[in-house]
Ligand binder design. Sequence first.
Ligand SMILES: NC(=O)c1ccc[n+]([C@@H]2O[C@H](COP(=O)([O-])OP(=O)(O)OC[C@H]3O[C@@H](n4cnc5c(N)ncnc54)[C@H](OP(=O)(O)O)[C@@H]3O)[C@@H](O)[C@H]2O)c1
Length: 249
Amino acid sequence: MTHLLILGGTTEANALAKAVAEQGVSATYSYAGRVDNPRPQPLPVRVGGFGGAQGLAQYLWDHAITHVIDATHPFAAQMSRNAIAACRDTGLPLAALTRPAWTAQDGDRWQHVPDIGGAVAALSGLAQRVFLAVGRMHLEDFAAQPQHHYLLRLVDEPGELPLPNCDVVVSRGPFTEADDRALMQRHDIELVVSKNAGGSGARAKLDAARALGLPVLMIDRPILPQRHELTSVTQVLDWLAHSGVNLGV
Ligand SMILES: NC(=O)c1ccc[n+]([C@@H]2O[C@H](COP(=O)([O-])OP(=O)(O)OC[C@H]3O[C@@H](n4cnc5c(N)ncnc54)[C@H](OP(=O)(O)O)[C@@H]3O)[C@@H](O)[C@H]2O)c1
């Protein structure tokens, strides 16, 4: 009997969950448990880590999973590596639902850095007003550059923050270019720090930065081992159909 595991936490995973539910395919949606009120899904949901690649392999076995779809964020590299290892060890088919990286357009002023550490290093220097749009997970790293005034946009109300000088906006998005332009103007932003997440939901800040002529520190994606990558829900459904999954009830 088919039973999919969707590794989620993204807009793409949510769209896939909806399509899979509509096709009547049995599946479980997995959240890491990072946000307080994750979006409800039309599928059974489980929350929390599996305990590394081995823990995931055990979960796949215990729950008779037949296919794994890694629809996590491009920066959720540990989860993606674990999925590759666990599917290799269990022999289960794995597909990744990904989104193309953003590429610079005319008028963009991007400085590329390879990772969070590179972004922190690039921020050494005089104090600036920085829109630090990297989520909550890596804020401690930026405590090494406390001279800046940071604008943070977070999904949940944060507890104590490791940055001495910051304003926080709590919002889930998606965001529009006009709203992000107004936000950056209101906060006199001089520099934007962004992960190269790709997709449309978080792109507005880059369009706004271009419109305002602001530089962007662009954190490039982590490099993952080779895996079967698909870029749309339709492609995933086709892949499932070709793997013998009966779609449509
Ligand atoms: N990184 C981002 O910028 C970002 C942005 C938006 C959304 N997200 C979403 O937030 C979640 C966590 O991202 P991350 O960057 O912290 O991941 P990560 O660093 O790759 O993962 C760290 C650990 O968290 C657990 N985990 C991650 N995703 C999981 C999932 N979907 N289901 C169950 N356990 C999961 C795993 O724990 P075990 O080893 O114990 O299994 C994993 O080893 C993911 O679902 C991702 O799609 C991330």
